[in-house]
Design a protein around this ligand. Structure first.
Ligand SMILES: Cc1cc2nc3c(=O)[nH]c(=O)nc-3n(C[C@H](O)[C@H](O)[C@H](O)COP(=O)(O)OP(=O)(O)OC[C@H]3O[C@@H](n4cnc5c(N)ncnc54)[C@H](O)[C@@H]3O)c2cc1C
Length: 497
C-alpha cells in the first residue's frame, strides 16, 4: 500500500473533523501523500464553531480532559505536532470542574484529581466506604492504562477489555453502591448520551478519568484550533479539498481504488480512510462492494441523540466566566439521572460573555421540519425553537440566578447538526456505545473492505480524546504495529513523559 520513505503511497481521508485531520497528519508523518476531502466549505467538522454578534459560539468542544503537560491528550496532540499551538485555560483550579445539581437540591461538585475525587465521594457518601474503594480501584486502573497510553502503544490495540465490558449500572449495583452514589458516578455517561444501564464500564471510566486528569476550555477561537491541524498537515505535504463532498467510493477487484466527488472530479488511491458516520460510508459504496453481514450490522446500529443548544450573550461585568460547568440533573429513586441540561458560562467578547445551555434532543421532536434545510425551515420552526429556548433559560435562571444584559445569539437543533455536520439524524456523538451493540461496534474497528478503514468518533470512541485515540489506532491497523512503533512511538512522548 506504500507510504514507506522509498515508496510514497497515496491516501485519501474523507472528512476533516478532528478524526480525519489527526489521521491524515499521522499518515503524512509516515510519508503518505495525503488528501483530505471535506464536503463543507471549510474544514474542521464539529471542531469549528461560529460567530454571532462578535461572540464565538462553540459546537463540538466545550471542554476536554487530560490536556495538562504529560497527560494523555496533550501527548497525543504533541506527537501530531499541534499540542503547543492550542491555547487552553484550565477549569476548576482548587475547586470544581463540574457542578452536578440535582432537582431535589442534592449537589456534588466534581473536583480535579483522582485523590480529591475519592475524598469528595467519601465525604458525600460516608456510609459507602467499601463500594467507593472498589469503584476507585477500577478508575485508577483505567487511569494508569490511559496514562501509559497502553491502548495505542501495545500490539493488540484492544479498546475493549472483557472485564470492563459490563454495564456501569450492573457493576455499581454489584459493588453495593446506593442509587444516589450511582447517579453521581453515572453523570459521565451523559457525555456520550448512553444510560448507565447500557454504558460499558470502559467508556464511562475513560470519559470520567480523562476529566479527572485535568479539564480545559479552549482559550482561542475554534478557527485557530482548526488552523493548527490544517497548517500541520500542510507542513507535512498534505492537501485539503473543501466544499466538494465525496459522492462515491470506487472499488476495483474487491479493493478500493479512489473516490468520486460531487463536482465530478475523481481521485485515485489504494488507501481510503472514512472519518465520517459509517451509514454515510454505506451510501458511498455499491451494494456488492461490502460484505452483507457488515452492511447489516451498520444498518442496525443505534445512534446517540442530537443536541438542542442555546447561545446567549450576558453582561460580562455582572457575569464573569464560571471556572466550571453546571449539569442540571434529574434524580430518580433507582439511580437514573434522566434528561438534564448542561450550562457553561465562558469568556465572550468585550462586554459580553457567552452563556451556553444544551440538552439532548431527538430529531423526532423536529419531525415537522425534517424535509427542510437550514435557513429555510419557516417561522413556525423559529417559534418552536424560541419556546424551547425560553423554557431552558427559565430553568437555568431558577438554578443559577437571573442573568442580566441577555441577548440571544443563536439556537440550534439536531436538524442543524444533521445538515451542517452531515451526521444521520443529527446525532451528536455518533453511534451509541451500548452493551447491546458491542459486536457491531467492534466490527467498526476492522477494515470495511480491502484498503477502506473507518476513523472518527464512530470507529473507536466518541469525544475529542476518544476520536484522537481512534486515529492512532486506525493508523496502527493500516501500517502494522512494527512500523507504527518504530516510526511513530519510539522516542516520542507517546512512550511516556
Ligand atoms: C454539540 C456537541 C457538543 C460536544 N461537546 C464536546 C465536548 O465538550 N468535549 C468533547 O470531548 N467532545 C464533545 N463533542 C463530541 C466531539 O465534538 C466529537 O466526538 C468529535 O468532534 C468528532 O469528530 P469526527 O472527526 O469524528 O467528526 P466530525 O467533526 O463530525 O467530522 C466529520 C466531517 O466529515 C464531513 N463529511 C461528512 N460526509 C462527507 C462526505 N461525503 N464527503 C466529505 N466530507 C464529509 C463533515 O462535513 C464533517 O466535517 C460534542 C459534540 C457535539 C455535537
Amino acid at each position: 500500500m506504500g507510504g514507506r520513505r522509498d515508496q510514497p503511497g497515496k491516501a485519501l481521508v474523507i472528512g476533516s473533523g478532528i478524526g480525519g485531520l489527526s489521521t491524515a497528519i499521522l499518515l503524512a508523518k509516515l510519508n503518505y501523500q495525503v488528501t483530505v476531502i471535506e464536503g463543507n466549505a471549510h474544514p474542521g467538522g464539529l471542531m469549528r464553531g461560529y460567530c454571532r454578534q462578535g461572540v464565538e459560539c462553540p459546537v463540538g468542544i466545550h471542554y476536554v480532559g487530560a490536556l495538562g503537560e504529560g497527560e494523555p491528550l496533550r501527548r497525543m496532540l504533541n506527537c501530531l505536532g499541534v499540542g503547543s499551538r492550542i491555547p487552553a485555560e484550565r477549569l476548576g483550579r482548587g475547586g470544581a470542574i463540574d457542578r452536578y445539581l440535582f432537582d431535589d437540591a442534592f449537589s456534588f461538585f466534581l473536583p480535579e484529581g483522582m485523590d480529591a475525587f475519592e475524598e469528595q465521594l467519601r465525604l458525600s457518601f460516608p456510609k459507602e466506604q467499601g463500594p467507593i474503594s472498589a469503584v476507585m480501584a477500577g478508575l485508577r486502573e483505567i487511569a494508569a492504562r490511559m496514562y501509559r497510553l497502553d491502548v495505542i502503544c501495545s500490539a493488540e490495540g484492544i479498546l475493549f477489555d472483557l472485564q470492563y465490558l459490563e454495564a456501569l449500572e450492573e457493576r455499581l449495583v454489584r459493588l453495593g453502591c446506593s442509587p444516589r452514589l450511582r447517579a453521581v458516578l453515572g453523570v459521565a455517561t451523559t457525555l456520550m448520551d448512553v444510560s448507565p444501564v447500557e454504558c460499558p464500564v470502559f467508556y464511562h471510566h475513560v470519559a470520567l478519568v480523562s476529566l479527572l486528569f485535568s479539564s480545559w476550555r479552549l482559550a482561542c477561537d475554534s478557527s485557530h484550533l482548526v488552523d493548527a491541524f490544517v497548517n500541520r498537515l500542510r507542513e507535512l505535504g498534505g492537501t485539503i479539498l473543501s466544499g466538494d463532498p465525496v459522492k462515491g467510493i470506487r472499488m476495483r477487484e474487491k479493493r478500493v481504488s479512489g473516490v468520486l466527488l460531487q463536482s465530478g472530479r475523481e481521485l485515485n488511491a489504494p488507501l481510503i480512510v472514512a472519518a465520517i458516520h459509517p451509514r454515510i460510508v454505506l451510501n458511498l459504496l455499491g451494494e456488492q462492494d461490502i460484505r452483507p453481514a457488515f452492511r447489516e450490522r451498520i444498518l442496525q446500529l443505534q445512534d446517540t441523540a442530537g443536541v438542542f443548544a442555546v447561545h446567549l450573550g450576558v453582561d460580562a461585568g455582572r457575569h464573569p466566566p464560571w471556572p466550571y460547568n453546571v449539569y442540571r440533573l434529574h434524580n430518580d429513586d433507582a439511580g437514573g439521572i434522566g434528561e438534564g441540561a448542561f450550562y457553561q458560562l465562558r469568556r465572550g467578547s468585550g462586554e459580553t460573555n457567552l452563556l451556553t445551555l444544551m440538552t439532548h434532543s431527538f430529531p423526532g421532536e423536529w419531525r415537522d421540519w425534517e424535509g427542510t434545510t437550514s435557513g429555510q425551515r419557516g417561522s413556525d420552526y423559529e417559534e418552536a425553537k424560541e419556546r424551547k429556548a425560553e423554557i431552558m433559560l427559565e430553568e437555568a435562571s431558577r438554578l443559577c440566578g437571573p442573568f442580566s444584559g441577555l441577548k440571544k445569539l443563536d439556537v440550534y437543533t439536531p436538524l442543524t447538526l444533521r445538515d451542517w455536520g452531515h451526521t444521520p439524524y443529527g446525532s451528536a456523538y455518533g453511534v451509541r456505545r451500548s452493551t447491546r451493540q458491542l459486536l457491531p461496534l467492534i466490527s467498526l474497528q476492522r477494515p470495511a473492505a480491502a484498503g477502506l478503514y473507518l476513523a472518527g468518533q464512530n470507529a473507536w470512541a466518541p469525544g475529542i480524546i476518544g476520536t484522537v485515540m481512534g486515529s492512532y489506532q486506525v493508523v496502527k491497523s493500516i501500517v502494522g504495529f512494527r512500523r507504527f512503533q518504530e516510526e511513530l512511538i519510539r522516542g516520542s512522548e507517546l512512550e511516556g513523559p
